[in-house]
Design a protein. Structure first.
Length: 287
C-alpha cells in the first residue's frame, strides 16, 4: 500500500440522491485498482439535501393556493434543473444556500482527508452546477491562501480540520463536466477570474506533481448547459488545460439536450481521468 490520491465528486442540478456517484466510483476503481490497489480514495459530496426542504415548501404553497397551473410536470422539471442554481446565488442579506452547500462539500472533504491522508493530492470531478460550486469553494479557499484574507463562512469552517488537503493546497486535478461556468462568468467584468491550478503551494507538498496538474473541461456539443472555458479570457486560457468536446449518451440521449445527464458514465470521461490518476499515483510513489 502506497501514498494515496484523493478524489472528490460533486454533483450538479436535478433530483440527486446520495447514490449519484456509485457507478462512477465503480468505473474509476475498476480501472485504477490493478495498478494502484486501494490508493485511489473517492468520496462524493452530496449537497442536494440542503435544498430539499425549500423546494418542497415551494410546491406546498402552490398546492395550498390551488392555482390554475398547467404543465406541472414541466414546472417540476424546471424547478429541479434551475431552482438549485438560482437559490445557490448569495444575496447581501441571505447566504444560507451558499453556506449550506459549501458546508456539505467541506464535510465530504473532511472525510476524504481522513481517508486519504491530510496532504494527499486532490482531484475534483464536478458536473453541471457542481462545477460552479467547486470553483466558488476553491476560490474562497484560495483567497485565504494567496491574499491572507479569510472569506470562508464559520458554518463551513466548522466542518473542516486544518489539513493541507482541506485548505486546497494539494489541488492537482480538476475535471469539469457539462459546465455552465461560462454563464456564471457574465456576472463579472471581463468574465471573471478562474482559480489557480495547480494550487500555488502544491510543489511544497508534492514537488513532482505540478507538471501533471491539469484542468480539463468536458462538454458535449449537443448539451446546451455545457460550455467551453478557455475562450472566456486570457486568464482562463492560461489555466484551463483543454476544452474537450465529446459525444456522450446513447441513441436516445446522445443527440439532444438530455445528454447533459450522461457525463458521469461516459468512457470518454472516465478513461482519461483514470489514466491521469494512475500517473499521479505513480509520481508520488516513485513507481
Amino acid at each position: 500500500m502506497g501514498r494515496k490520491v484523493a478524489v472528490m465528486l460533486i454533483h450538479g442540478i436535478g433530483n440527486q440522491t446520495g447514490t449519484f456517484a456509485d457507478r462512477v466510483i465503480t468505473e474509476i476503481d475498476g480501472r485504477c485498482r490493478p495498478t494502484c490497489g486501494d490508493d485511489i480514495v473517492i468520496r462524493p459530496a452530496h449537497w442536494a439535501h440542503v435544498m430539499d426542504d425549500e423546494a418542497k415548501l415551494l410546491w406546498q404553497r402552490f398546492d395550498d393556493a390551488q392555482l390554475p397551473l398547467r404543465w406541472n410536470w414541466a414546472r417540476r422539471f424546471i424547478v429541479e434543473l434551475l431552482g438549485d442554481a438560482i437559490a445557490y446565488q448569495p444575496t447581501r442579506s441571505d447566504r444560507r444556500a451558499y453556506m449550506g452547500i459549501h458546508a456539505a462539500v467541506a464535510a465530504a472533504m473532511n472525510q476524504l482527508a481522513h481517508a486519504a491522508g491530510p496532504d494527499a493530492p486532490l482531484c475534483i470531478i464536478a458536473h453541471s452546477l457542481g462545477t460552479v460550486i467547486a470553483s466558488n469553494y476553491l476560490y474562497d479557499l484560495e483567497v485565504k491562501l494567496t491574499r491572507d484574507r479569510d472569506i470562508v463562512a464559520q458554518e463551513v469552517r466548522a466542518e473542516m480540520d486544518n489539513t493541507p488537503l482541506e485548505r486546497g493546497e494539494t489541488l492537482t486535478l480538476l475535471y469539469t463536466l457539462g459546465s455552465p461556468l461560462a454563464l456564471w462568468s457574465l456576472r463579472y467584468s471581463n468574465f471573471g477570474t478562474p482559480i489557480n491550478l495547480p494550487s500555488p503551494v502544491l510543489f511544497q507538498h508534492h514537488p513532482t506533481l505540478p507538471p501533471l496538474a491539469e484542468w480539463r473541461n468536458y462538454f458535449d456539443p449537443d448539451d446546451p448547459i455545457g460550455f467551453p472555458l478557455k475562450t472566456l479570457n486570457e486568464a482562463y486560457s492560461n489555466v484551463v488545460t483543454a476544452d474537450e468536446p465529446i459525444e456522450i449518451g446513447d441513441m436516445f440521449t446522445g443527440w439532444n439536450p438530455t445528454s447533459h445527464l450522461a457525463y458521469w458514465t461516459a468512457q470518454a470521461v472516465i478513461t482519461p481521468i483514470s489514466d491521469q490518476l494512475i500517473r499521479v499515483w505513480r509520481s508520488i510513489n516513485a513507481v
